[in-house]
Ligand binder design. Sequence first.
Ligand code: AQP
Length: 333
Amino acid sequence: MDHNKKIIFSGVQPSGSLTIGNYLGALKNFGKLQADYNCYYCVVDMHTLTVRQNPEILKERSYQVLALYLACGLDPEKNVLFIQSHVPCHAELSWILGCYTYMGELQRMTQFKDKSARHADNINAGLFTYPVLMAADILLYKTDMVPIGVDQKQHLELARNIAERFNNIYGDTFVIPEPYIPKQSAKIMSLQEPDKKMSKSDTNVNNFVLILDSQDVILKKFKKAVTDSGCEIVYDEINKPGISNLINIYASVKDISREDVVKEFEGSRYGDFKVAVGTAVAEALAPIQSKYNDFIADKAYLDSLLKRNAEIAGENARKTLKEVYEKVGFIVF
Ligand code: AQP
C-alpha cells in the first residue's frame, strides 16, 4: 500500500443477487477510485444475518459478490477485496462502538424502520445495531472516504458522530470519513414502483434488474417499466419519477449528463426510450457478465485471494483495535 494515498472503504451485502442499483450506486465507482486511493472493498456477510438467510445460498452469494468485484474491474493487486467475517476485529470494534451509540440515534435510522416494517416477524437486535457494525467496518481502516448510494448516507453520518464522540473522549483515534455519492445514480429506483429504491431483496423481480440478468430479461424488464402520464422525455423527479429514473440509469450507464439524455431523446416516444435504456444497460453489462463467469468458475483462485486479503485487512484492523483497547483501558500485550 502507498502510505501517501487516502483510504477508501466500502462494502456490499451478499443478501441477494446484485442489482444495477448496487452497480451504478456503488460498484461502478469503486473501479474509478482504485488508481488514486488505497481501497478496501468488503463483502459484508455479517450484515446479511439481520434478515434470515439460507446458509448454502449465502455462501454462494459471497463468492458471487467477490467475482462481481473482479468482473467490474477491481484489480486484486491494488485493492484489498475481502470478507467481513474473516476479520474478527469488525465484530470486536462493533461491541466497543455500541457502548458509545445512543438508542435514540439507532431508532432514527430509516433503514431500521423500513426493514422492521418489511420483516415484522423478525425485528432482531442485529437489525437495530446494524449501523454500529457498519461504523466499525469503516472506522477500523482509518477510512477517509466511503463510496455509497444515498440510502447509506444516514448510516455514514452516524459513523461520523460515533467517531467524533470517541475522539472527544479519548483524543484523536478515528479518521472522520466523508461520503462519496454519485450524482446521477445516487438512488436508482424500482422499475415498477419508482417512488421506492431498487433493492436486491425485493420480492417482485420486475422491480429490479440484476447485473447477471440475461439480455432478453433486461430488455423485457425495461419494456415493462412504469412510466408517467404525458409523453415527453423530461427530467422531473416529482411529477415524472418513472421517466426520471430511466434518464438517470441511461446517463449513468453512458457516463453522460441528464441534460444530454433529454437532448438525445427529444421527440422520442416512451416505448422507444425504454428500449434504448434496456439496450444500453445490456451492452454495458455483457462484458461484466462474461468476466464474472470466468471468475466464479475458479473457486480455488477466489479462496486464495480471500485468504491473502483477510491477512492484509486483519493486520491493519488489529492496529486500530489495539489502539482503541488501550484508550478505553483494556490490558493489551
Ligand atoms: N437502488 C440503489 N441505488 C443506488 N445505490 C444503491 N445501493 C443499493 N441500492 C441502491 C448501494 O449499493 C451498495 C451496497 O448496498 P448493500 O448491499 O450493502 O445494501 P443496501 O443498500 O441495503 O442494498 P439493497 O440492494 O437494498 O439490499 P437489501 O435489499 O438486502 O437491503 C451501498 O453503497 C448502497 O448504497
